[in-house]
Design a protein around this ligand. Structure first.
Ligand SMILES: CCCCCCCCCCCCCCCC(=O)SCCNC(=O)CCNC(=O)[C@H](O)C(C)(C)COP(=O)(O)OP(=O)(O)OC[C@H]1O[C@@H](n2cnc3c(N)ncnc32)[C@H](O)[C@@H]1OP(=O)(O)O
Length: 238
């Protein structure tokens, strides 16, 4: 397994350090990161192909994923924020956390959503920079992917919402560079609350790594979120 991680680090150029002076060309802005790249291992490609096959009849849909926020997303959320101009400035510079690490070393994933069953599946290959206990994924990295997949499930079924509560049981450690499947579903809706749950399993489904339940709360446009209150974030982007 460690050899596999080292190979991954070499092929992705992670050992050479970060690239400097990258410009924000539209090519960079519009890269869909949920498509196969050279860092994906065989298992990841196999699962991706299986889900693409399932998507052929329209029951499942692959969810594109961008590092930077597309303009449409800013439009979608701006009614919840009192200062739309400031929001636009912040969102156009910010990066989606799970897409912020280099190719292959962090979060490699693709999500698929089933609108009929209100289910979202994420195939996830956790790279060598996500280590917690030696040789295994960090619990925070697992929580990140769980929150992101539950979040997509909640948002796509219920509308713009934020995580209010997240409970995770870590049953077995996840080996670094292995591929797992996060299976999420919307369990019920009560007013603005969306109850979602998921499990994280090995590709052959034999190992249950984690289980989670979560409450997302749909944002209320009457309760605007004041981003000026989080001064540190605002100042850092100046
Ligand atoms: C903005 C998104 C853009 C999306 C664009 C696409 C992006 C593509 C990537 C997507 C995937 C990423 C997904 C990551 C998603 C995060 O990780 S979000 C980050 C972590 N979460 C936060 O920072 C949220 C912080 N909390 C808050 O801002 C507020 O507490 C909330 C959650 C907005 C709720 O506030 P509120 O609207 O004032 O709600 P409130 O009226 O107090 O309560 C409403 C109901 O919820 C219940 N409730 C409130 N809090 C809780 C709680 N903690 N536990 C249980 N129930 C609760 C209340 O009891 C109440 O229930 P009822 O009385 O109606 O039965």
């Amino acid at each position: 397994m460690l050899r596999r991680c080292a190979r991954l680090l070499r092929t992705t150029g992670a050992l050479c350090g970060p690239k400097r002076g990258r410009s924000f060309s539209s090519e960079v802005l519009h890269v869909d990161h949920s498509l196969p790249n050279p860092s994906w291992n065989e298992d990841m490609r196999l699962l991706f192909d299986q889900f693409m096959k399932k998507s052929e009849d329209g029951s499942w849909k692959r969810l594109p994923s961008y590092k930077y926020n597309p303009t449409e997303r800013i439009e979608d959320v701006k009614i919840f924020f009192p200062d739309a101009k400031l929001l636009k400035e912040q969102m156009s510079q910010a990066q989606l956390f799970p897409r912020s690490l280099g190719e292959g070393v962090g979060f490699e994933y693709a999500m698929f959503h089933n609108h009929v069953e209100d289910r979202t599946v994420c195939i996830f290959q956790g790279g060598p920079h996500l280590q917690g206990a030696p040789g295994f994924l960090h619990g925070g990295a697992i929580a990140t992917m769980i929150d992101s997949t539950l979040g997509m499930c909640a948002i796509l079924t219920g509308g713009i919402a934020m995580t209010a509560n997240l409970n995770i049981n870590f049953r077995r450690p996840i080996p670094l560079c292995s591929v797992v499947v996060i299976n999420c579903q919307l369990d019920r809706v009560e007013g603005r609350k969306l109850f979602v749950s998921c499990n994280v399993r090995s590709m052959d489904e034999k190992t249950l790594y984690s289980e989670a339940t979560s409450t997302f709360v749909k944002l209320d446009p009457k309760k605007k979120i004041d981003i000026r209150a989080s001064g540190a974030f605002y100042t850092n982007l100046q």
